[in-house]
Design a protein around this ligand. Structure first.
Ligand code: F6P
Length: 374
């Protein structure tokens, strides 16, 4: 019989509750105890400070009651967010805080911890685990899809759907007003979300940091020529997707990249019209609008794929603990749930953070890179 902990850390995303549900169900069937640590590592600090009592953190298989005819309905996997709460930035660089976190862990007497996190939080958890000699299992989650070794992180699929739907909805207002809609998509330093949703949503131009790290004059020129070609084919609107990780040339401006791209397209198209450039004959100065999708991308109802992935990841995490295989990262590879040494994943994450670049290639099989180049 084991006593395990689970926490969610870093930016939330759809599917976190499905991981928690799977872990609780699977561990309960084995007769284990599960402690849900609130607000990431902050929950351990609360235990150390006596602000929370260990017994209050216990999770039960049927802990979420719904009244009326829906009584007994197990809704947890349908809900976005995290019932445990999450922590964006923990101050674990401070040795006193790290000590309190480790004390809290020890006070709970955990045999192992399941940390559901993105690249940043997994790195922090790993360092704490080394210091406190915890037995850690990492479960990758992030709409950015940039955790090494896993082709999919929990939350990515739903976010792709959310952005794809937004692009579809924007198409009609773009067409009605003959506008160029610039859509800024999350992803931090990575372009996976912008690329996948851009292709699925029929974007005419997709800018991702892996292929277009900086928007300079040449990039704006190419975008305007693409718009002009569409115009010649009688298509008088366009969708431009830009990942938030793309930078603009003028670093003195703190303007968000979507806004910058929209203004540049407008200004450059006017310049081409004024010059009566051949490719722009008959075309007016382009009217642009920008949409920043923001945190809507993090909160959609988990897709069926994310629910399945999250459930399989949660079960795998418990199985690894059962088999006493610790310090592993659960991954999705070639259509299978596998695990990799956490140490190797963290080494790649740290390297990428030092070099300020996205840790994984755009897609493991290259399909998406080729599509993007095309
Ligand atoms: O890492 C997930 C993510 O949503 C990124 O795509 C985005 O840049 C960032 O988190 C936003 O963070 P916050 O919620 O702190 O604004």
């Amino acid at each position: 019989k084991k006593r395990i902990g689970i926490l969610t850390s870093g930016g939330d995303c759809p599917g976190l509750n499905a991981v928690i549900r799977a872990v609780v169900k699977c561990a309960s069937h084995k007769g284990w105890e599960v402690y849900g640590i609130p607000y990431g590592t902050d929950g351990f600090i609360d235990i150390t400070n006596g602000d929370r009592q260990p017994e209050d953190l216990k999770l039960y298989e049927h802990g979420y009651d719904i009244p009326g005819l829906l009584q007994g309905l197990d809704v947890l996997q349908f809900l976005s967010g995290s019932v445990l709460g999450s922590l964006s930035k923990g101050n674990t660089g401070d040795p006193e805080i790290a000590e309190k976190i480790i004390q809290g862990y020890n006070r709970l007497g955990l045999d192992a911890l399941i940390g559901v996190g993105g690249d940043g939080s997994l790195e922090i958890l790993y360092q704490l685990a080394q210091k406190g000699q915890w037995k850690l299992i990492g479960v990758p989650k992030t709409i950015d899809n940039d955790v090494p070794f896993t082709e999919r992180s929990v939350g990515f699929d739903t976010a792709v759907d959310t952005v794809t739907e937004a692009l579809y909805d924007l198409t009609f207002t773009a067409a009605s007003h003959e506008r160029v809609m610039v859509v800024e998509v999350m992803g931090r330093d990575a372009g996976h979300l912008a690329l996948h949703a851009g292709i699925a949503g029929g974007a005419d131009v997709i800018l991702i940091p892996e292929l277009t790290p900086i928007v300079n004059k040449e990039v704006v020129h190419n975008i305007c020529h693409k718009i002009a070609r569409l115009h010649q084919e009688k298509r008088k609107f366009a969708l431009v997707v830009v990942a938030e990780g793309v930078k603009h040339e003028d670093r003195r401006q703190s303007r968000a990249i979507g806004d910058y791209v929209a203004k540049q397209i407008k200004a450059y198209s006017k310049h081409l019209c004024d010059r009566d450039a051949i490719e722009f004959c008959g075309m007016q100065e382009v009217d642009t609008r920008v949409t920043v999708l923001g945190h809507l991308q993090r909160s959609g109802t988990p897709s069926s794929f994310d629910r399945l992935l999250a459930t399989s990841f949660g079960i795998k995490a418990v199985q690894l603990i059962d088999g006493e295989q610790y310090n592993r990262l659960v991954v999705w590879e070639g259509g299978k749930v596998e695990s990799k040494p956490l140490e190797q994943a963290i080494a790649l994450i740290s390297q990428a953070h030092q070099q300020q670049r996205c840790p994984s290639p755009v897609d493991s099989n290259g399909f998406m890179v080729q599509s993007a180049r095309a």
